[in-house]
Design a protein around this ligand. Structure first.
Ligand code: FES
Length: 145
């Protein structure tokens, strides 16, 4: 049910860890499953993402998507990193089962939250970047009650 690429990134996740004094950090939770993701970005003076690390209390699909997402944003400018959507990450992984699509949102939202943190600290604006939500999927959660 999982592609080979998903299994590879799940079993050998890239960029797991922390960055001390990161340029930006972002933490998001997934209200649907309660899982949490944190992303650390190290960004140089030319707004290029020099390094990126992640930590998660998430499922295998969240690990695989974060691993792939961090690989995709590494070396990119902050503006280019905005194009790394959960859709792009899923394509790079050769797809995810539909029930696991929400897991891939964690990585995208955590990267956006880290970019937001970086932008706030440096008083810059990143086109298309919106203030992050603390919990993704909370709208759906409310409907269930
Ligand atoms: Fe929570 Fe996948 S089930 S992130």
């Amino acid at each position: 049910m999982y592609s080979e690429k998903v299994m590879d990134h799940f079993q050998n996740p890239r960029n797991v860890g922390e960055i001390e004094n990161a340029s930006g950090t972002g933490t998001v939770g997934n209200a649907k499953c309660g899982d949490i993701m944190r992303i650390y970005l190290d960004i140089d003076e030319n707004q290029v993402i020099r390094d990126v690390k992640f930590k998660t209390f998430g499922c295998g699909a969240a690990v695989a998507t974060s691993s792939m997402a961090t690989e995709l944003v590494k070396g990119k400018t902050v503006q280019e990193a905005m194009a790394v959507t959960n859709k792009a990450v899923m394509e790079a992984l050769d797809g995810l089962p539909p029930v696991k699509v929400h897991c891939s949102l964690l990585a995208e939202e955590a990267i956006h939250a880290a970019l937001w943190d970086y932008a706030q600290k440096n008083h810059i604006e990143i086109e298309g970047l919106q203030k992050p939500k603390a919990d993704i999927g909370e709208e759906e959660e409310e409907e269930e009650y």
